[in-house]
Write a protein that binds this ligand. Sequence first.
Ligand SMILES: NC(=O)c1ccc[n+]([C@@H]2O[C@H](COP(=O)([O-])OP(=O)(O)OC[C@H]3O[C@@H](n4cnc5c(N)ncnc54)[C@H](O)[C@@H]3O)[C@@H](O)[C@H]2O)c1
Length: 253
Amino acid sequence: MRFQNQAVLVTGGGSGIGQQVGLLAAQEGARVAIGDRDLANAERTAEMIRAAGGEATALALDVADPRSVTDFVAAADAALGGLDVLVNSAGVREIQPVLDLSFEEWNRVLQINLSGTFLPSQAFARRLVAAGRGGSIVNLASTLGLMAAPSRAAYVASKHGVVGLTKQMAMEFGPQGIRVNAVAPGVVRTPLTERYFQDPEMAETIRGIHAVGRWAEPAEIATAILFLADRQNGFITGSILPVDGGWTTGKKM
Ligand SMILES: NC(=O)c1ccc[n+]([C@@H]2O[C@H](COP(=O)([O-])OP(=O)(O)OC[C@H]3O[C@@H](n4cnc5c(N)ncnc54)[C@H](O)[C@@H]3O)[C@@H](O)[C@H]2O)c1
């Protein structure tokens, strides 16, 4: 059990990829704190973990609010008796061409995706450094943290920001034994993207952009996240791991 006796915090753990991270980490022995803006969904994930014999606590969290974030990390530390791994999975996206994108919407996406990765990482790392212990952070970037896509300016900018922040924190936290990595998933079927799959033409386009000819399920991203979080991979830091079915290998002619 790779995460036996380890405490794993997951932001956005009430749904999609974060929920799978919580479930799989608990299966591998972790005590898990699920933070989400939607507390009912966080409770549901924690209940799923407990029903499978794991240990989990659900906590209300707004990753864009500094006070809420420090409260979440402190409460998780107290409930789990320490901190080892943080997975920053809370995220949102917009669909608007740049010319129509309001400043409010731009700010909302940047605050949740980028500040919402910075704040939990900072609060988590501060506690680890104060306690004199190492740990690991895994961020959710995206293929859209590596390239652009139509009508996604704020999302693309936020995920490119997550890539840069991942490298920066890996450099700064390395001496303290805190590793920082990110995954860059292709399209994953979750509540965030469910709308695409209602349109058969769009579903076909999504299949076509991935070299493997299909989209991903959340567990396929969660296993890559846990690979990066695993102490056995202690020399991996500052890495951005594409988990994209070959989407970024190139554009079809
Ligand atoms: N689904 C995809 O295709 C895909 C692809 C690449 C990257 N990602 C990234 O993976 C992460 C998870 O996405 P998902 O598909 O599982 O989405 P999801 O919508 O299923 O889950 C996201 C969770 O984040 C929570 N959340 C939103 N704002 C929050 C806030 N301010 N504070 C706390 N929680 C908040 C939501 O309540 C939700 O439970 C996101 O960062 C997303 O950008 C997703």
